[in-house]
Design a protein around this ligand. Structure first.
Ligand code: DGJ
Length: 732
């Protein structure tokens, strides 16, 4: 009896002391939490994901209520799933081969610390270590409390005597305890970017990935929207929204298990990318950035936009330049005189800048079409005998700034650069070259090539200190990629995709060190390259070459879930026969630009455009810095309606577009409820962007309460003769 008592006491003591050692680490934002906890074997588990609790001590109890002690989910809920040991069969986040050839990994909790970062976030670093090998993974969680954003990534390092092979090296691993998941991802191709695809996740794996190397969003975007408990709407439901912020091959894996829990693994795509990691050199993975909203996707998108503008986007609180671009107006066919004539148009419209697009460079193989000249960044003497300084000066005389297009990572085989530096080109010596838009990609793993690319930007600014803007294009993915530089350095070719992306980041960092604020547009044959990692260097992006305004309503709508309007460059062009007003109104819900020959506009059209630019200058700060509310979804209605509200709730702009050219559009029947206003404020509504003789349908003398506008709404009277309507709402 006595012995039994002693044994029982010992068991209880052991259990208690094990429990005493149990570590619970909540990763919290204002509204959401991910809770990590060690189990009895020191393995780190995800024991809760959901709303944050008032009292942090309460998180310790979450594990019990999910019954994770039982066999089953408790083996799937790893904080960072390893390959090669354990009774876990879900998708690994990491898979390695040690120096001795052993291909198993075990990761046990070693320590953690929590610090405040200089930029105002909280960083939690958790170190995991293999009990047998000196191999470590730091799990990093940077939380932005106010904006409800978590950035999650890893740092992988070891002290083994040689190189450890990383077959997979994800940024993030999550385990969600919800039960009805709808995933929206975005597919597309040139001129059809950001097309949403909704998938009801069932047991098994769903992957979103890119293997294009550069221009990596061409077919699939790194953004996702995941409704966690049935379909979320704009204003209701629980939804996780985010992206893997890696300007290279990415992979987002969503694996629903037999318990209806969802295992998420996000990071660099391991496709053709086995990485040989030397001792004591940490491999830092890209950030997986996400927010969880319990009030629908509208709140989620505002979280991300606020986070970008407040913390990561260059000049997120600053200004942007309206512009006139010459791409669709001239394509490659222009000369100095014609350009100077176009500057006059920029002045007449009242925009801030003229942007010279492709076709201005190369002499031996002039850039008169897209099959020659890329790589030879000297102004073409025939088209521009007086060079770029002359153009900057002439633009200045018209009161407009001057910006320029480059595509510095690329090369046409018909170029002097190709003749001089075949070793700088990603290509296979023993295979035929494969082209995309008649071009190949330069080897940015090579520091000499990095200098060359940096030099293109630097030379332009050195020669033209007043240069106001760069449009950085990228029109080809990597085909048949092989790096002569990596070969020379005895680095495996499987490092190419990773080192290319790192090489580009190095160049962009140098550009930003020297030119911290100059606006730069991120373009990739349209929207083939947008992710948060690049917005540390770019102020804006070109969502698509498709400038048909009806298509743009949809492309901009989908982009608006992730990126603030101030980053979205929208140009009025001759693409499509939609009314000019429709085009201008659509382009105004972002960063307004034109790509037309202004002297070909009728008098009435010119007057309309000038007035619209003046109106834009009045409300642009609300669009750029305000909160977005999507009111009527064009996927569910015959029209789209969305609005921007400034912080003080004293000004709002509502954009409305017919999207289905039917006889009776539904909007004529009932009002649209506004959002984001102050219910107790009084507002007046003015319809703007009207032609001189156009009839006003909205009576500007009527005063509405915010309460009325949000509960009853306002009817913009969209119909076949009023296909787009812009309403300015001002508190009185
Ligand atoms: C692709 C871009 O998306 C266009 O806007 C234009 O700059 C062309 N490239 C120029 O070649």
């Amino acid at each position: 009896m006595k012995t039994q008592y002693i044994i029982l006491s010992l068991i209880i003591f052991c259990n208690l002391s094990l429990q005493a050692q149990q570590v619970t680490i909540p990763i919290e934002t204002q509204n959401s939490a991910v809770v990590l906890q060690t189990d009895n074997n020191k393995r780190l588990k995800i024991v809760y994901t959901g709303k944050s609790l008032k009292n942090s001590a309460d998180y310790a109890g979450t594990e019990k209520v999910f019954l994770l002690n039982s066999q089953g989910a408790a083996s799937n809920n790893n904080a960072f799933t390893v390959a090669g040991i354990d009774n876990n069969f879900t998708e690994p986040a990491i898979a390695v081969v040690h120096v001795d050839g052993n291909n198993s990994l075990d990761l046990l909790y070693k320590s953690h610390n929590i610090t405040a970062t200089a930029d105002g976030a909280i960083l939690t670093t958790i170190t995991l270590k293999d009990p047998v090998y000196p191999f470590f993974v730091d799990l990093l969680y940077k939380t932005w409390k106010e904006e409800d954003i978590i950035e999650q990534w890893t740092s992988i390092y070891h002290e083994e005597k040689g190189e450890v092979i990383l077959n997979k090296y994800a940024s993030a691993n999550l385990y969600l305890y919800n039960k009805d998941y709808y995933l929206t991802s975005y597919n597309g191709s040139w001129a059809r970017e950001m097309q949403p695809v909704e998938t009801h996740l069932r047991q098994g794996m769903h992957t979103i990935e890119s293997r294009l190397g550069t221009r990596e969003n061409l077919l699939t975007s790194p953004n996702f929207m995941l409704s966690l408990d049935g379909k979320a709407t704009e204003t209701t439901g629980t939804v996780m929204m985010g992206q893997i912020a890696w300007n290279g091959n990415f992979s987002l894996q969503f694996e629903t298990d037999v318990y209806k829990n969802l295992h998420v693994v996000a990071g660099i795509n391991p496709y053709q990318s086995v990485y040989h990691l030397k001792p004591n050199i940490p491999f830092e993975t890209p950030r997986f950035v996400y927010t969880v909203s319990f009030e629908g996707v509208g709140k989620g998108s505002r979280n991300m936009q606020n986070w970008m503008r407040n913390h990561t986007l260059i000049d997120g609180k600053g200004d942007r330049l309206t512009l006139l671009n010459n791409w669709e107006a001239t394509y490659f066919d222009f000369d100095q005189e014609e350009l100077v004539a176009l500057f006059k148009g920029a002045n007449e419209l009242g925009v801030d800048m003229f942007l010279l697009d492709d076709g201005w460079f190369a002499n031996k193989y002039p850039r008169d079409h897209d099959r020659a000249g890329l790589g030879d960044w000297e102004p073409n003497h025939k088209k521009l005998p007086d060079g770029i300084p002359y153009l900057v000066k002439e633009a200045g005389k018209q009161g407009v700034k001057f910006g320029i297009w480059i595509e510095p990572e690329m090369i046409n085989p018909r170029s002097e650069l190709y003749e001089k530096h075949l070793d700088w080109v990603l290509r296979q010596d023993n295979r035929p070259e494969i082209y995309f838009r008649s071009q190949l990609v330069l080897d940015l793993t090579n520091p000499e090539v990095q200098d060359f690319v940096f030099g293109i930007v630097d030379n332009l600014f050195t020669e033209n200190p007043e240069l106001a803007f760069i449009k950085w294009d990228c029109n080809a993915p990597i085909f048949n990629g092989h790096s002569k530089y990596l070969e020379k350095k005895n680095v495996p070719q499987s490092h190419l995709y990773v080192e290319y992306t790192r090489g580009l980041e190095k160049v962009l960092k140098r550009v930003r060190q020297k030119y911290p604020k100059v606006p730069m547009m991120l373009c990739s044959g349209g929207g083939g390259r947008t992710d948060f990692s690049l917005f540390r260097f770019f102020t804006e992006f070109w969502p698509s070459d498709n400038t048909d305004p009806l298509e743009r309503v949809f492309i901009q709508w989908n982009s608006s879930y992730y990126y603030p309007a101030m980053t979205m460059c929208n140009h009025v062009t001759n693409w499509s026969n939609k009314p000019l007003k429709y085009k201008v109104d659509v382009a105004s819900m972002g960063k307004l630009g034109f790509d037309i020959k202004v002297n070909e506009l009728s008098e009435a059209d010119l007057a309309f455009c000038k007035n619209a630019v003046a109106n834009y200058n009045q409300f642009k700060h609300t669009v750029w810095h305000g909160d977005i509310y999507r009111l009527m979804n064009p996927y569910d209605n015959d029209f789209a309606s969305l609005m921007f509200v400034n912080d003080a709730k004293t000004e709002a702009v509502v954009f409305n577009y017919l999207t289905n050219w039917r006889y009776v559009a539904e909007t004529t029947i009932r009002p649209i409820k506004l959002q984001g206003l102050d219910p107790s404020k009084k507002y007046k509504i003015t319809e703007i962007n009207l032609y001189e003789n156009q009839r006003e349908f909205i009576d500007p003398t009527v005063i509405y309460s915010g309460d009325f506008l949000m509960k009853v709404g306002i009817n913009p009277m969209i119909n076949l003769s009023r296909t787009s309507v812009v309403l300015k709402i001002q508190a009185i």
